[in-house]
Design a protein around this ligand. Structure first.
Ligand SMILES: Nc1ncnc2c1ncn2[C@@H]1O[C@H](COP(=O)(O)OP(=O)(O)OP(=O)(O)O)[C@@H](O)[C@H]1O
Length: 766
């Protein structure tokens, strides 16, 4: 199945890549090759005019398959699928045989009853995870149940919609009756005019009612579908945000976005459109069958046998398309991830001229999806061909049977017309059910991934009983503070080991560390020694794999996200700002507490605005007075990721964001790493002020100079995930250990100074 890609490449005539064409152009114009894209654009643009030239150079022809290649791919795919299924079946048989053998052996060695039960239990646990046919059937069933739960979510919509559907289907099935009555009246030149008028009236009235019910049903199902989309999207978005940090380490954002948009859209379409049609057609099929049975039961049985055969073909096709759809969706998700990465890294792509590389990657993944989509198209065509042929055979058979029964005089002309109308009616319904069934299967394929994500339980999550609102958090905190408390360290790490999912070696090993109130701690160490991991663990992005980390005596695992966020403020190395106003960024996560009189929208009260103005001013980014040289206001928008601000200014917004919350613990991750010395001084001053408002501070830094400027009283030196030194910075400088070595490397201590240098030597460098 991988083959078609290179099998087409022989015949496939690709338009040369941009780069090649550029070189070819250069040679054609007698220029030396090796022009950069940029210089070529600019030189051409002068001659021909920018747009025309750009269009020509940018002409890009993605790969395609010829019709015969497409058919060949389809045929290979079908054969491969059949072989796979067979392999799965024989694997299932083999699996069962091995299980029997193992059980026999178990009995033979006479395991104790306890062991035997435990082994059986383990087996059961494995079974629930199996990925064979039973596993996928179970998964499919779960998806269906989830879909039904979603539809049932708003019964005020779905129940009446279903009622209108039944009534509409009944009216549709009455129509052939009146229609055939009209035709027999006209064909037999019925002398009784009233009979004809009654038939025409009945036909018109049933059409009218059918139209009313169809309209209502359509609208209500549409709304139900839209609401299901909305529900699923919001639930999925929330559950994704609740996932642990490690989940985002392993999953590309593009894939999640694709699930959120493409896959969820399919679910909505199923409810508003496909399910709606299938149910209607099923109801019509039911009513039509009742009419058929009443007219001529024997013939009706022949018709049902034929319809059952057509339905079986549709089921096989539906099953085939479902698995196919799952794969197509996965490919689209992967390709969205690629696109998302290339857009978010557009500057790197530009800098290293990676447009062709990115285009090739994206084209490849799209091409894989295209191949499968073409398989879907051929499968649809084949299904249509087979089911239409079967229906044609059925109709011929039925007509012949009509003739045979008619010969015995038991089928008058009026009944025959009516019967044939109903046969067509029922056939059309079953046809439509088959068609839509395949689409429902397709959407179920897409929905499986979505529901898996909605149901995913995060590995790091809030405890069962959480303090929910910020007010509650503060109230509990106040109560605690008003009572005599045991003197817990602010942060205590006990035998704490942290291992990232994908890594064998722990990033932090058996860490024991106390950080007390009023401590100003610096975590230093070489790159990769585990400093950021320690900070992330305190923020509970990751849970320790063993040991624990407590905040004021409470295990972080027993604290909710809200509690942690209210007690810990963080200033990241590269602060991430939202494309919102300054005030919205500083107060991010805090609910708006007032309503704007003019716009009627939610906003922050004067009290909050004052607090933000003060925090920004403390952080060195004033928005009022003469110092506000940038002309900033609280409502100034900062652009995507805070682009409209410099690195230092973003850092100051982040400091204000931490300051305004007045956290107990302030965490700083390389707060001055990206700053020049002048900005560093401003930020350091801001941090000193910030520290006065917090109970303890913990900072990661490579720059040992900041250790003294911030008045750090405890330095923790990490090496390969372990603490190798702890102590006062001045003492560590004298000790001649790792810290003093780092200080030497940074020129803070003289390289050839005595090992146990003295303070007077160190001081001038700090
Ligand atoms: N998300 C992650 N998934 C897997 N491994 C990780 C992850 N983050 C960090 N690591 C690994 O954990 C170890 C410690 O990394 P960490 O980022 O904590 O070091 P650091 O001391 O902060 O380094 P630096 O000073 O360069 O920022 C490294 O070996 C790193 O490869």
């Amino acid at each position: 199945l991988v083959a078609p890609r290179h099998c087409i490449s022989k015949k496939h005539t690709r338009v040369p890549s941009q780069q090649n064409r550029i070189v070819a152009d250069n040679e054609h114009h007698g220029r030396t090759s090796g022009y950069s894209r940029k210089s070529l654009y600019s030189s051409k643009a002068k001659v021909n005019g920018e747009d025309e030239d750009y269009d020509r150079v940018n002409e890009f022809q993605p790969r395609t398959m010829t019709v015969s290649e497409s058919v060949a791919f389809f045929a290979r795919f079908v054969v491969q699928t059949i072989l796979d299924k067979r392999a799965q079946k024989s694997f299932g048989r083999e699996h069962r045989r091995r299980l029997r053998d193992r059980l026999k052996r178990v009995a033979f060695v006479r395991k104790t009853t306890k062991e035997f039960v435990a082994a059986k239990k383990n087996k059961g646990a494995k079974d629930t995870k199996q990925t064979g046919i039973m596993g996928s059937l179970r998964k499919l069933n779960e998806s269906r149940k989830s879909l039904i739960r979603l539809v049932g979510y708003d019964s005020s919509m779905v129940v009446p919609a279903f009622g209108f559907l039944i009534m509409g289907a009944f009216m549709s099935s009455v129509i052939p009756y009146y229609y055939s009555s009209c035709i027999s009246c006209i064909a037999l030149v019925e002398p009784n005019r009233n009979k004809l008028l009654w038939a025409i009236g009945g036909l018109g009235f049933s059409h009218f009612l059918e139209a009313v019910f169809t309209g209502l049903r359509g609208a209500l199902f549409w709304i139900a579908g839209t609401r299901a989309n909305y529900n699923v999207r919001v639930k999925l978005h929330r559950n994704l945000l609740l996932q642990e940090a490690a989940f985002f380490d392993d999953t590309e954002c593009g894939i999640l976005l694709s699930r959120l948009n493409n896959d969820v859209n399919k679910i909505g379409m199923v409810i508003s459109f496909h399910v709606n049609i299938v149910l209607r057609q099923l109801a019509q099929f039911f009513f039509g069958s009742v009419f058929l049975l009443r007219i001529q039961p024997k013939l009706a049985m022949v018709a049902f046998a034929g319809i059952a055969l057509v339905a079986y073909v549709s089921m096989v096709y539906g099953d085939f398309t479902r698995t196919l759809a799952e794969r197509v969706q996965a490919l689209f998700a992967a390709s969205s991830a690629l696109a998302e990465t290339s857009f978010s890294m557009s500057e790197t792509v530009r800098a290293f001229d990676g447009v062709s590389v990115e285009t090739d990657k994206y084209e490849s993944s799209q091409y894989d999806a295209l191949q499968l989509e073409e398989v879907q198209a051929w499968a649809y065509g084949s299904h249509k061909f087979v089911s239409d042929t079967l229906q044609a055979i059925l109709q011929c058979l039925l007509l012949f049977s009509c003739w045979a029964i008619g010969r015995s005089g038991t089928l008058p002309a009026a009944k025959l017309t009516s019967f044939l109308f109903y046969v067509n009616f029922v056939l059309e319904s079953s046809n439509e059910v088959g068609d839509q069934w395949a689409r429902i299967q397709t959407a179920i394929g897409a929905s499986t991934n979505v529901f898996d994500l909605i149901r995913r339980v995060p590995a790091v999550r809030d405890p069962q009983t959480v303090t929910n609102t910020l007010l509650e958090v503060y109230a509990v905190d106040k109560l605690n503070k008003s009572q005599p408390q045991p003197q817990w360290p602010m942060i205590k790490m006990s035998n704490m080991t942290v291992t990232y999912g994908t890594m064998e070696k722990p990033a932090l090993k058996a860490i024991d560390l106390d950080i007390n109130a009023n401590d100003k701690v610096a975590i230093v160490g070489r790159s990769g020694s585990g400093k950021t991991t320690m900070l992330r663990t305190i923020l509970r992005f990751y849970d320790p794999s063993s040991g624990k980390c407590t905040l004021e005596g409470v295990d972080l695992k027993d604290m909710s996200r809200k509690e942690i966020a209210s007690k810990i403020g963080v200033v990241e190395q590269e602060p991430q700002l939202f494309p919102m106003s300054l005030i919205d960024n500083v107060l991010y996560g805090i609910e708006k507490d007032s309503i704007d009189r003019e716009s009627g929208e939610n906003c922050y009260s004067e009290e909050y605005r004052f607090a933000v103005t003060e925090a920004l001013s403390l952080a060195g980014l004033p928005v009022t007075g003469e110092d506000n040289q940038l002309g900033l206001e609280l409502n100034t928008r900062v652009g995507e990721g805070g682009r409209t601000l410099s690195g230092g200014q973003r850092q100051r917004v982040a400091i204000a964001r931490a300051l305004v919350r007045q956290p107990d613990v302030l965490l700083l991750d390389e707060p001055t790493a990206a700053l020049d010395s002048k900005s560093e001084r401003v930020v350091v001053d801001a941090l000193k002020l910030a520290m006065k408002k917090t109970r303890c501070m913990l900072m990661i830094t490579h720059r040992l100079g900041v250790v003294r400027s911030l008045g750090v009283n405890k330095v923790v030196v990490l090496e390969q995930g372990q603490i190798v030194e702890v102590g006062h910075p001045e003492e560590l400088l004298k000790s001649g250990g790792m810290y003093s070595q780092l200080a030497r490397e940074q020129g803070i201590l003289p390289l050839h100074g005595s090992k146990a240098g003295n303070e007077s030597m160190a001081a001038p460098y700090l």
